[in-house]
Design a protein around this ligand. Structure first.
Ligand SMILES: Cc1cc2nc3c(=O)[nH]c(=O)nc-3n(C[C@H](O)[C@H](O)[C@H](O)COP(=O)(O)O)c2cc1C
Length: 434
């Protein structure tokens, strides 16, 4: 029987992925106070490279050091960077490709989803504040010249990635960050050429892809991560996603990754946000382990580029269903690889058929703190605490340790907050002294 997971994949640009498993992008929080990569990135990505996935995506690398998704993001601003930053990037890319696998840099701007302890002035299409745990300041609307500058920044960071030995790039246009917030009518209320019609809302994404392709050349993988749906009332819909994919067909993309949701509706992680704000998920999706496979099947009907879907895959059967049914070409895995980096290798060697479901293990009783709890604040603490749990496990991997499965979701929540504030303080202090 041919092993679907182990099949190589030829990409339109001529590159080849050695197999169909991808370590999905996961923000590392490992940068130094100057927002440069460190030895811990090197150690973490060496472990993931040895872990067997044909493709590793980095966590979101920022194009704007003022507005980060987290305090210890890597930011390539200015790009191209100085010689020392380039040296560190090269060390990262060498380790992250050490098993003959691909390592693509995910490039992003956090937009309105940048916490107050990073910036008091997030930047967004329109001044629509993210109201979540009082954690985000009101954003300022971007001026047109800033939009044009940001498009070039994505491209320059992509060129830097190539120069530094990364083997591809991914433009992050999902999860409510800047490009995704331009796509949504809730967060993009502009009346100029960058807002209003879907064509206008998608303009920044399309221009960013074009500038990036121009900067890296025809023979280098360029990917986009896109929401299949925001799952939010008034947000970017699945029908709009399908139309954007039709336009993306003309942009010579090498891989389109599908995800979904934003901070308000964190469906990317299988959680719902405020009920009043949510749009329903399809029943067939709820029954499946993979969150967005049905949506990917719709996209497959019109997309001409290779497709990847990420979110919820926890069994070989689920992965094979997605690959074998022809809906997607690559499957992304995130949270399981925060605990055990070599799961892809073990899947490929047929040593295991299931992946750990840490998200289930952590729920403190579904009716109380699980995703179904009616108390929204608890639900939020659960989601943030779980994110903190994964962050802390990534730190352990970067330090050469195994996962700490005794850590609880409440403990992780407080440690995560303390760590974020400490990192932010170090970053601001470094900025003052530079
Ligand atoms: C700790 C953590 C960090 C993440 N950081 C990013 C990121 O930087 N960029 C991104 O596109 N998605 C990010 N995600 C979302 C994952 O890429 C993925 O879409 C999500 O975890 C669902 O896949 P899974 O069910 O296999 O975990 C992150 C998820 C986790 C758990």
């Amino acid at each position: 029987m041919t092993d679907l997971l182990a099949q190589p994949l030829a990409l339109p640009c001529g590159a080849r992925l050695p197999n169909r498993l991808c370590k999905a992008a996961m923000t590392e929080g490992l940068a130094d106070p100057q927002l440069r990569p460190t030895e811990r990135h090197v150690a973490l990505y060496r472990r993931w490279a040895e872990g067997g996935a044909g493709l590793l995506l980095t966590g979101n690398v920022q194009i704007d050091r003022r507005v980060l998704e987290r305090p210890a993001n890597v930011a390539l601003d200015p790009a191209p960077p100085d010689a020392e930053t380039l040296r560190r990037l090269r060390a990262w890319s060498r380790a992250g490709t050490s098993a003959g696998n691909h390592l693509w840099m995910q490039i992003s701007h956090a937009g309105r989803q940048s916490p107050w302890y990073v910036t008091r002035e997030p930047l967004a299409p329109s001044p629509v504040q993210l109201k979540l745990l009082a954690n985000y300041a009101k954003p300022r609307a971007l001026r047109e010249e800033e939009i044009l500058d940001f498009i070039q920044r994505y491209a320059r960071v992509a060129a830097t990635a190539r120069e530094a030995g990364f083997t591809g790039v991914q433009i992050h246009a999902a999860h409510g960050y800047l490009l995704s917030s331009f796509l949504s009518p809730v967060t993009n209320r502009r009346t100029d050429a960058w807002g209003g019609s879907l064509e206008n809302r998608a303009r920044m994404l399309i221009e960013t892809i074009r500038a990036t392709r121009k900067a890296v050349g025809a023979d280098f993988p360029v990917s986009v991560k896109l929401n299949s749906d925001d799952f939010r009332k008034g947000g970017f819909t699945h029908e709009e996603c399908l139309q954007v994919v039709r336009w993306l067909n003309d942009e010579r993309l090498d891989l389109l990754e599908l995800s979904g949701g934003t901070y308000e509706q964190p469906r990317l992680l299988g959680y719902a946000g405020k009920d009043a704000d949510a749009t329903p998920q399809r029943a067939s999706t709820r029954q499946r382990e993979a969150y967005f496979l049905d949506y990917a099947t719709d996209v497959r009907r019109i997309a001409t580029m290779p497709l990847m879907v990420t979110g919820g895959f926890r069994t070989r059967a689920g992965i094979e269903e997605a690959l074998g049914g022809g809906a997607v070409d690559v499957v992304g895995l995130g949270r399981p690889l925060c605990g055990e980096p070599d799961l892809p290798k073990r899947l490929l060697a047929r040593q295991i058929d299931a992946l750990p479901r840490y998200e289930k293990r952590m729920q403190l009783g579904p009716g109380i703190l699980g995703p179904t709890t009616k108390v929204f604040l608890f639900r939020l603490i659960n989601v943030f605490g779980q994110q903190g749990w994964y962050y802390l496990q990534l730190y352990r991997l970067a330090d050469g340790l195994g996962p700490n499965l005794k850590l609880g979701v409440f403990g992780a929540f407080w440690r995560y907050l303390a760590d974020e504030y400490r990192q932010a303080w170090r970053m601001h202090r470094a900025r003052r002294h530079s």
